[in-house]
Write a protein that binds this ligand. Sequence first.
Ligand code: FAD
Length: 437
Amino acid sequence: MTDTVIVLFSRDLRVHDHPALAAACEHARHVVPLFVADPSVPGGDRRGFLAECLADLRESLRERGGELIVRRGDPIAETMRLARETGARAVHVSMDVSTLARRRQRRLAEECERARTAFHMFPGLTIVPPDALRPSGGGDHYRVFTPYWRAWARQLRREVLKAPGVVRVPDGVWAGRPPEPGRASHELFRGGETVGRRRMRQWLKHCVDDYADGHDDMAGNRTSRLSPYLRFGCVSPLELEALAREVGGVGEGEGGGAEEFVRQLCWRDFFYQVTRAFPRINRDDYRPRGHEWRDDDHAAQAWKEGMTGVPIVDAGMRQLLSEGWMHNRARMIVGSFLVRRLGVDWRVGADHFFDLLLDGDVANNYGNWQWVAGTGNDTRPNRPVNHIRQAKRYDPEGEYVRRHVPELGTVPTRMIHEPWRLPSGVPGYPAPLVAMD
Ligand code: FAD
């Protein structure tokens, strides 16, 4: 039995179905669950949520006789310092795909080798590991979703792991203080595994059946809102999928809410495997198509503030500002409005999303933005988008718009998506930035 193993937590802030933690608890006498707050990584608006996740994780570890050890500084230096202090023989991490995460994993592996400490990477961030599937026709990843979905659905899953019963931390290790929240997270989203698991169970029990019909209803609040919990790993995507299959009886091609929901989870895995193969997804066009973007700070700023004069766009952008989250249909509408109608570079929009979204992560944010901009994995990059038609279809009563753009509260429903048609306009609300007819 190895004496002591360090488990370095990052975007896997849970005790259930955590392969790196489970292996440490099974094979080592002592385990050091470690989180290093890295001041060089801007936490943005996610800091409050993260602080809640860490407090909850600490509580769960304490219930098992353990502790969450928290340090501040460079994660590699702090991990190696703690390895020396505790005489740890191994370091465990969950494998991640972004450039930053990979640089960290590489450096940690090198330092471990130098110190003769074992270094092990485990799955856990996705359902199917990002390096598990290769297209039969060649290439190191799937570029198109549908064939990926077919191969993904057939792929064998690892077992969903229970939370460890006991976590034995070596004596005498200073626990350290968790990072300050900065500001409390939005009350719609309290961070942590406990809240995440409760939300997961309630969603699967009461709502998932309705998902196929309801997920595009912008006012209806009929999606899971689990994305921040998946982003921080409070919920295991593998366990979520397994439970969804159980309640929905999902099999390939059977349809229904749970099937559609599992398909969305597959999109998440899809972008992880794209990012693993193309880590510069947040900077470079995945498929360069010679776009010439306009430099228009004024338009970009109006878009960010939810003041473009196009109600459905402004509603989405204001939901982002107030909740740190946005409905998927709204993300597609505001994204395509920025790049196609305003001609602004997708990176401007994607960076803004990344700063503000609680679920903002490299693979999903930049992968989706490139899809919207036509530089990514969409096989029909030039498909036409009519923003007003979309607004009328997915927010037919204008309820979503009224909720987020109160100035439009008294506009009649037939005009809610086109207030510029009102002869006198709407006091306090701008005319559209671009012609909308
Ligand atoms: P549900 O509809 O309940 O779906 C369940 C889960 O499936 C989600 O939590 C998510 O993990 C996954 N999922 C759903 N749709 C997608 C998708 N299109 N791509 C990848 N995974 C998906 N999602 C993020 O998690 N982080 C991001 O930074 C992000 N940025 C986006 C940017 C743009 C421009 C667009 C169009 C989409 C983006 N998405 C992102 C995808 C999607 O909008 C969100 O995952 C979803 O709205 C989260 O809400 P939910 O949990 O209620 O989703």
